[in-house]
Design a protein around this ligand. Structure first.
Ligand SMILES: [Zn+2]
Ligand SMILES: [Zn+2]
Length: 237
């Protein structure tokens, strides 16, 4: 103390301290009501895309939160990462799973407040989850509360800062307004995505927050009936 030294006196110490502050290695994940909480590790590789397909739209409508989950053209912002990068710290028992059809993707959500979490292939060896943006906004403000309107989109800047900007918009034909298709960006994303899956397959089976070591989903999915699906897909925005 008499020498007046602080922990940050040398340039090396200062750099280390700044690095720890700037490079937050995790992003909080939370359902709207706060029952389900967890975090996403900063992924080495990711693809962020907005999907306008009728299935993603049907999922948003199934949850009854279409206007919060989808943008004005019916697109869902989803970040494709490895499921192993997602960890739940509480409320895992509230996790539910939906399949739009017998063979459809597993669409995971928090049953407590119908917040979408993400979509995975049913085969856990295809190790990818399209994390839906809605579970990544809450808890990113100092108060962790959502604003009365449009709260689910409030943390877009935090998403950009952590995951980077949207790479591509896909299935734009089923968008409800005009969305420009991006063939070159899409081709590039497909190549990256295939490489990510190939690497994941070489890694073999590992339990994740969604699948057991045997590759079984941790929650039995509910499968929609054809009439339920038709109703959700024919809904006009
Ligand atoms: Zn909830
Ligand atoms: Zn989709």
């Amino acid at each position: 103390m008499a020498r007046g030294q602080s922990a940050l006196d040398s340039p090396a110490q200062l750099t280390r301290a700044l690095h720890v502050t700037v490079a937050a290695p995790e992003h909080p994940l939370q359902c709207r009501c706060g029952t389900v909480k967890g975090f996403v590790r900063r992924p080495k590789r990711l693809t962020r895309c907005i999907c306008y397909c009728k299935d993603c739209q049907a999922f948003a409508r199934f949850l009854g939160r279409g206007d919060e989950i989808m943008d004005a053209q019916g697109g869902t912002d989803a970040i494709q990462i490895a499921p192993a990068d997602v960890t739940f710290t509480q409320g895992k028992e509230a996790l539910a799973c939906l399949r739009l059809t017998e063979k459809g993707l597993l669409r995971w959500y928090a049953a407590c407040c119908k917040t979408p979490i993400g979509n995975t292939p049913a085969n856990s060896r295809l190790s990818v989850i399209g994390l839906v943006h809605s579970c990544l906004h809450e808890g990113t403000s100092p108060h962790g509360a959502s604003s009365p309107e449009g709260g689910s989109r409030g943390g877009a800047a935090s998403l950009d800062a952590f995951f980077g900007p949207v790479d591509v918009r896909v299935n734009t034909k089923s968008a409800s307004g005009r969305v420009k298709s991006q063939p070159i960006a899409l081709a590039w994303v497909i190549v990256r995505f295939a490489a990510m899956l190939a690497r994941a397959r070489m890694g073999g089976h590992k339990p994740t927050s969604f699948f057991s070591a045997a590759g079984e989903p941790l929650v039995t999915p509910k499968v929609l009936s054809r009439s339920e699906l038709n109703r959700l897909q024919s809904f006009s925005p």
